[in-house]
Write a protein that binds this ligand. Structure first.
Ligand SMILES: [Zn+2]
Length: 278
């Protein structure tokens, strides 16, 4: 008993020293760790969320989608080179986007002194250069889906528009119509120069490249063109408002946000703009 008691008490006397030593060692270890971590911290942010990776992402030229593609684009092709689509992020009402919503119809002729920077496509076609990347992406994606669109009409000068009108007038006169009747009839099909959307460089007449049946191409475009900022400009049922017969081939660029709104709402451009300006 005594021995046990003695042993026990001796152990009690010995233990605090061991604990103190252990605590001292622990404290030194903690101090060393803290010192080590602090001396490292200025080089790496405390958030530790892979700053190197995010930096790489923002400086990678291929990752910046809002810039003009750094790769030179072929001037004669519209359907082969993939480009990053630059989706507009601002609303349609800003001045920066005004060009996308420019209304041209019988009541709204082209603004005086209107000019546009053109991009040459294959077969001598031209479009406003600002719509080219999205147009190309639309054609690329269509081809991936087994649809092969072909641009049949694009930008037209006023002179070209007059030539087309004259051709129709001559055709109807040759068929026996009076000049006035021939002009009236031609104007139901061809817009007066200065009032054709094709003079903006934002309108395209698109048909099927190989197939004699245009419908699969038009169906695909009608379902998907908004993703690239285009609308079916002269829809069925809006003839009274647009003043133009249903044209399943005629697509107009307005930018992605507006194209999405117009497609979802079922409004034509005239109706959409009226609502916007109300
Ligand atoms: Zn057209």
């Amino acid at each position: 008993m005594n021995q046990y008691h003695y042993h026990n008490s001796k152990k009690k006397r010995k233990d605090p020293l061991g604990i103190v030593l252990a605590l001292l060692l622990l404290a030194v270890a903690i101090l060393l760790i803290v010192y080590f971590v602090r001396s490292k911290s200025p080089a790496s942010p405390e958030t530790g969320d892979q700053p190197a990776l995010s930096q790489q992402t923002t400086t990678d030229p291929q990752a910046s989608g809002s810039e003009t593609p750094s790769r030179p684009l072929p001037s004669t092709e519209v359907q082969t080179t993939p480009v990053t689509t630059a989706a507009p992020t601002t609303g349609p009402a800003t001045d920066e986007n005004a060009w996308k919503l420019l209304l041209v119809n019988a009541d709204h002729p082209l603004p005086e002194g209107f000019t546009v920077e053109l991009k040459a496509l294959r077969n001598g076609h031209h479009v406003d250069e600002r719509i080219y990347p999205e147009l190309q992406q639309m054609f690329d994606d269509a081809r991936s889906a087994g649809i092969y669109p072909l641009i049949n009409e694009s930008f037209r000068t006023a002179e070209r528009q007059q030539q087309i009108l004259d051709k129709y007038i001559a055709k109807y006169e040759a068929a026996g119509m009076s000049h006035d009747d021939a002009v009236t009839k031609a104007l139901t099909i061809v817009a007066v120069p200065g009032t054709s959307e094709h003079q903006l460089g934002l309108a395209l007449d698109i048909i099927a490249e190989y197939d004699s049946d245009n419908n699969p191409t038009w169906n695909w475009l009608q379902q998907n063109c908004w993703r690239y900022g285009f609308i079916l400009r002269y829809p069925k049922g809006k003839e009274e408002i647009t003043g133009i017969d249903y044209e399943p081939w005629h697509f107009r660029y307005v930018g992605v946000p507006t194209a999405e709104e117009i497609t979802e709402s079922g409004l034509c451009l005239e109706e959409y703009l009226e609502k916007l300006n109300r």
